[in-house]
Design a protein around this ligand. Structure first.
Ligand code: ATP
Length: 822
């Protein structure tokens, strides 16, 4: 069990990694903001240019809500180009000039929106985003009487976000104070208390024996046995349970049943529990929220009282989601009426100050009158905040389930709220420190995620360090073959920060770098029986992490073994998973090109062939959609009846292009984009709706190119985006453009390399982040009925053993079509 030294080393290492990450983010943003012209920032998805102010209002906490849009005078379409501004991001509204350089520091100021001159802009938090509108919530001025003075033509620029880091640092400080108490420290009423949960998470005590749940009856009769087992396991685990949900296996579905079980009085649950449900992203939180709101009211008793705290990402589209937000609930309560009067007064005063109020005739008050009005506004804001504080408290107290992102669960509104259980969805996408923010608020933790999909996005990873550590560890491994060397290596290993380098699944991003053997066979299934973490003798070792990519979910699995989790094993999404293989065999037979071994690629390579397809999806194809209507028998077969199509552009010389001046730039591939357009046209002509199609590309430049080609024809309904934006989503048809196509693999610089390892890594470089198998896993598992891959197999296959296997699988199992011949 962990001692003080290990606890200290663990927390210190986390602090160090977070510091590096914070610095890297500030540096990256500063560099971009100071070196990039706004147009390039927009292309990189970090800014939206040429905007106008649509409205200014007041939001929760007396914040000023500034709504921006693209005026038709400057743009042909009001739809924003693809961008990465999301609710919760820190951003600045600044005057949109056409000057090419913008010397600004990306460091956020302590008091946002404290300087309101046009040059400095207005800083705040992105509050809502839709296709055509973006709302920034800015703090009201603390001092002085200056107003916002927003420019007529402006842009919004994403900033480095220090608030997230501040919260994570605070969580680590609290963790240190709880697990390593200092008797001299002053009493802090907000300091969390030590709980059995914290002991287990920190390896200070083994998880307690499961408490059997009797008479468990499931609300949802359709749950499969792996889902039922995961729910039972989560209910019976006293402190912590993990649910591993590969794509489409009903992770969210399972969490909804679990929430119902925990919050309803049943023979197996005598007391309804209070839950905090968090997610790594707003999307994951809204996904659960939507499904909770869609639940029928129970036969006896009230409907579940659910409140969403924070910034719902899809709030503009979904009315019922808006109604569940703290903001709307607070505004509708009886006590809110008084606060509302103050709010109306406040908004009227702000309108007058902007020259928009009644009788203002477009003229804003000036001089002394203006100063006086600002004083009035400040007093009104204070009164509003006080009244609203009481309203918020009572709405939250009355809520049985509160939903928030991990980060926003650390906000002021939830400061004094406690819960029985905290559930964290997409826990494998959140860094550990941010998970601690909600963990302190509950006695029990349930994590759900999939370590084989996208990890948290980390920008400070030092590849050289990683390689060095890996090289060091593999030479350690060789040395440690004698008994003496083994024990020495073992004791040295315990002191090193590490993530179990031998476990391939643990670090899938670059895990195959330098791996010279290209194995054609999938990884062997794990045969060892799950170690029960509750059995005496189970040794938990708390090791400092090597990178922030090691999530709490993965750390617990390594610390306590696979017995700490349950895996969902039936997938409900793809026709081209396991069972569909039979269909492909049949098709191949007819074409007399039968392949001996046809199996689903992601299941086999990523999940040790543990996944099976539910019969309900085993044979569903695009042609079974009610709206599908092929014009000919050939179309019915070629377009609507084929689960996987691979347009192989090898030999077509459809070379990629680098955006920007150096090799690090984003990439696009115009010819591939034309093939994408051709296939979208074909699907549409066969009746597939734009809203049923998603186009995914791993590079922002290709996304931008595809948007310019497809949006004018198919509108915003056709989803076009990067892999990262698609995690947790599904579409009937998905088209992936792999982009990378180059002849560098055969160029002179490669031929000058003599060692096979150097050569391989040079080849690998040419596919960039395509070689992250978790990213590819997400991309290839978004489709329900049809997947079309467009890429150059001759370039892509050299990227990594995983890509080689995928290309081989596609060649063998997809309907391979040669792009150049079309
Ligand atoms: N037991 C079940 N019976 C019928 N349909 C199910 C069942 N479990 C899940 N599904 C369906 O499978 C699909 C995927 O479920 P869900 O979105 O919960 O999966 P997920 O694991 O959260 O997906 P992701 O890959 O996005 O993480 C949904 O359409 C859901 O309704």
């Amino acid at each position: 069990m962990s001692g003080d030294e290990q606890l200290k080393a663990f927390i210190d290492r986390h602090r160090e990694l977070l510091k590096k990450e914070r610095e890297a983010e500030i540096e990256r943003t500063s560099l971009l903001l100071s070196n990039c012209p706004p147009k390039l920032l927009e292309q990189k998805g970090l800014a939206l240019c040429g905007l106008g102010v649509a409205s200014v209002g007041i939001g929760l906490g007396g914040k000023t809500l500034i709504e921006l849009e693209r005026p038709t005078a400057y743009h042909t379409t009001p739809i924003f180009p693809p961008h990465s501004l999301r609710p919760g991001d820190l951003a600045r509204i600044e005057e949109h000039t056409t000057s090419t350089t913008q010397k600004k520091s990306a460091k956020p100021k302590k008091t946002v929106a404290s300087e309101k001159s046009k040059e400095d802009g207005v800083e705040g938090v992105v509050y809502k985003v839709s296709d055509t509108k973006i709302v920034l919530a800015a703090d009201p001025p603390e001092t002085g009487g200056e107003d916002l003075n927003l420019p007529d033509r402006c842009r919004i620029v994403k900033l480095a976000n220090s608030v997230t880091y501040d919260r994570m640092d605070k969580a680590l400080d609290q963790l240190e104070k709880v697990v390593l108490p200092n008797s001299d420290a002053k009493e802090d009423k907000f300091l969390p208390k030590m709980t059995p949960l914290i002991r287990v998470l920190m390896g200070m005590a083994a998880p307690s024996e499961k408490v059997p749940v009797k008479d468990l009856k499931f609300f949802d009769p359709s749950l499969n046995s792996s889902q039922q087992e995961a729910i039972r396991f989560a209910l019976e685990s006293p402190e912590v349970a993990c649910i591993h949900g590969p794509p489409g296996t009903g992770k969210t579905h399972t969490l909804i049943e679990l929430i119902r079980q925990l919050t309803t009085v049943t023979p197996s649950n005598p007391k309804p529990l209070r839950l905090l449900v968090c997610g790594a992203s707003n999307m994951s939180v809204d996904n659960i929220l939507e499904r909770l709101l869609a639940l029928p009211a129970p036969e006896s008793g009230e409907k579940l009282k659910v409140t969403r705290v924070g910034h719902p990402a899809r709030v503009m589209a979904q009315e019922d989601v808006i109604d569940a937000t703290l903001e709307v609930k607070a505004s509708r309560s009886d006590q809110a009426m008084l606060a509302k009067d103050v709010k109306n007064e406040l908004e009227a005063a702000l309108d007058t100050l902007a020259g928009k109020g009644k009788g203002a005739k477009g003229k804003a008050p000036r001089g002394l009158e203006r100063k006086k009005m600002w004083e009035e506004v400040r007093a009104l804001r204070k009164e509003y905040r006080q009244r609203e504080g009481g309203v918020v408290e009572s709405v939250l107290k009355d809520s049985q389930v509160v939903l928030a992102t991990c980060h926003s669960s650390g906000g002021r509104q939830l400061r004094s709220q406690n819960f029985d259980v905290v559930i964290i969805d997409e826990a494998t996408q959140a860094v550990e420190a941010v998970c601690w923010v909600p963990i302190f608020k509950a006695q029990k933790l349930i994590l759900a995620g999939d370590p084989m999909q996208l990890p948290p996005t980390i920008i400070s990873i030092d590849k050289r360090d990683k390689k060095k550590a890996k090289a060091g560890q593999s030479s350690e491994k060789k040395k440690a073959t004698t008994p003496a060397a083994t024990s020495k290596a073992a004791s040295e290993k315990a002191a090193l920060p590490q993530d179990d380098p031998d476990d391939e699944d643990s670090s899938a991003s670059d895990d195959e770098e330098g791996d010279v053997e290209i194995a054609a066979e999938p990884e062997a299934p794990v045969k060892a029986a799950p170690r029960d973490p509750r059995k005496p003798g189970s040794k938990a070792v708390l090791r400092p992490p090597r990178t922030l990519e090691t999530t709490l979910f993965e750390r617990l699995e390594k610390m306590y073994g696979p017995g700490i989790k349950r895996m969902l094993t039936v997938q409900y999404r793809y026709v081209f998973f396991t069972t569909s293989a039979e269909w492909i065999v049949e098709e191949r037979k007819q074409k007399r090109r039968m392949h001996a071994q046809i199996a689903a690629f992601p299941s086999k390579v990523m999940y040790h062939s543990k996944l099976t397809s539910h019969p309900s999806v085993a044979s569903h194809l695009l042609r079974d959609l009610p709206n599908a209507k092929a014009e000919s028998e050939d179309d019915e077969k070629e377009i609507l009846g084929t689960p996987v199509v691979f347009y192989d552009t090898a030999g077509c010389e459809y070379f990629e292009r680098v955006e920007g001046d150096n090799d690090e730039g984003s990439r696009c591939n115009e010819n591939e984009a034309s093939v994408v357009k051709m296939w979208v046209d074909q699907l549409a002509s066969a009746g597939v709706l734009p809203s049923q199609i998603a186009v995914i590309a791993p590079y922002q430049a290709q996304v931008t190119l595809l948007v310019s080609l497809l949006r004018p024809v198919y509108g915003a309904e056709l989803e076009i985006g990067s892999v990262d934006g698609m995690q947790g989503r599904e579409k009937e048809a998905v088209i992936i453009s792999l982009v990378r196509s180059n002849d560098k693999a055969c160029g002179p610089h490669i031929s000058t390399l003599t060692s096979r390892t150097d050569m391989l890594s040079a080849l690998q470089r040419e596919v960039g982040f395509l070689k992250d198998k978790r990213r590819l896993n997400v991309a290839m598992t978004r489709a329900r009925r049809h997947l079309c891959v467009i890429g150059d197999s001759s370039t892509v296959q050299h990227g990594s053993p995983f890509l080689k296997k995928w290309m081989a699988w596609l060649e063998a199992n997809a309907d391979v079509r040669y792009a150049g011949l079309e």
